[in-house]
Design a protein around this ligand. Sequence first.
Ligand code: NAD
Length: 458
Amino acid sequence: MTVQRNILCIGAGYVGGPTMAMIAHKCPHCRITVVDVNPDRIAAWNSGELPIYEPGLDQLVAATRGKNLFFSTDIEAGIRENEIIFVSVNTPTKTFGLGAGMAADLQHWEKTARQILEFSRSSKIVIEKSTLPVKTALAMERILNTRANGVHFDVLSNPEFLAEGTAVRDLENPDRVLIGSRETERGQKARETLVEIYGHWIPREKIITSNIWSSELSKLVSNAFLAQRISSINAISALCEKAEADITEVSRAVGMDSRVGAKFLNASIGFGGSCFKKDILNLVYLCRHYGLDEVADYWESVVKINQYQQERFIRNMLGAMFNTLAGKKICLWGFAFKSNTGDTRESPAIFIARRLLEEQAEIIVSDPKALKNARADLAGLAGRIDFVEDPVLAARGCHAIALLTEWDLYRHLDFQAIFATMDKPAFIFDGRNILDHRRCFEIGFNVYPVGKAPLTHF
Ligand SMILES: NC(=O)c1ccc[n+]([C@@H]2O[C@H](COP(=O)([O-])OP(=O)(O)OC[C@H]3O[C@@H](n4cnc5c(N)ncnc54)[C@H](O)[C@@H]3O)[C@@H](O)[C@H]2O)c1
């Protein structure tokens, strides 16, 4: 097939890798190169063991790699040889200086912009794939269009809405694709180029276009709304525990209102992941920058409730286990921030593990995909930590199981056999409300769900 478009993606992470693999799969006429500063990551993308776990990703990469999908560390050649450049570098929360703990750290993004300027010999379309504060495109345009050498850059915003764990499915069949551009003739022409690429597999009515600032802001607001739903239901779960109501019953009644909808209404230990917290704090920072303190306080409370919910989970454990965890063995089922991913960034499990160690409990960490990341997250912490992949073996001799990630496999274990190997009284703290609580109770466990009355034998 004749190559009609040469596409580069800078940043081979959770977004850049899967997104480019999907474009390569759907657009065989495009030649796609993904570059990264991290040579280990690129080596992993080129190996049999990809750097991230995502259902369906292995097959997608196997079908395209070496044909029209390439992974490389040669950023300079990549910029020179490609006419369309996606920028998908990380934009974490700033940890230093003005805005520390709130604002986005744009150093990787700005470095990339400067590299694009330095190595470009022809005009390019530059696409913001990373999640960025509003008006970042303006800064990008200012950096890129500083040289009067006939090379012009059109900047588009095309935020990514995929969810880890379902990335391949989301990329194949997204709810929408958003493309923001300048309203100029050049801006619209650039936008049409990107619309044409997505149009190879996404129905035209799902590809929405907007002004560039709306596009940048829509990504932050989408994540803020999703996280807000989790914090809303988690706040009510605390009330349910006091008022003898059941959060699952409340969620069902509320979610059946078609104006509200049933999704994202499960009470839990709270949200994690690299995006929700950072993007809300970014939104909060923007609001404060514009003097909108009431609006900033409103959104900041979503993050505060999330923290409160995790601390509440620890307090419930302490209360249930006779106010001391010292010397007790507690098995953590799941460490990833959600199921079907090995990603542990901002996982509630990190906070919970840390707090349990502070209480001088011994912890046994179990997860089918995230143990490597868990080891790195917990490295250097004082206390006894073991890592055991098999959840049944991990629970052996423990006083309690804390279920922290909603992996499907935990639903189907032999709880009778697990109970027999545990120290008594045995406890289950179901931080995701996925187990059959009544059955576990009948086997002999003391069961503590989130947002409903515990089932205990005392
Ligand atoms: N992870 C998600 O689910 C998700 C979903 C939607 C949007 N996003 C956004 O997408 C962006 C990327 O997220 P991610 O999870 O893929 O991050 P990531 O950390 O997994 O990947 C980013 C990659 O960029 C590379 N990089 C950094 N600076 C570079 C440079 N100057 N040149 C080349 N490579 C460079 C890093 O080495 C890293 O491999 C973020 O802005 C994030 O908010 C993430």
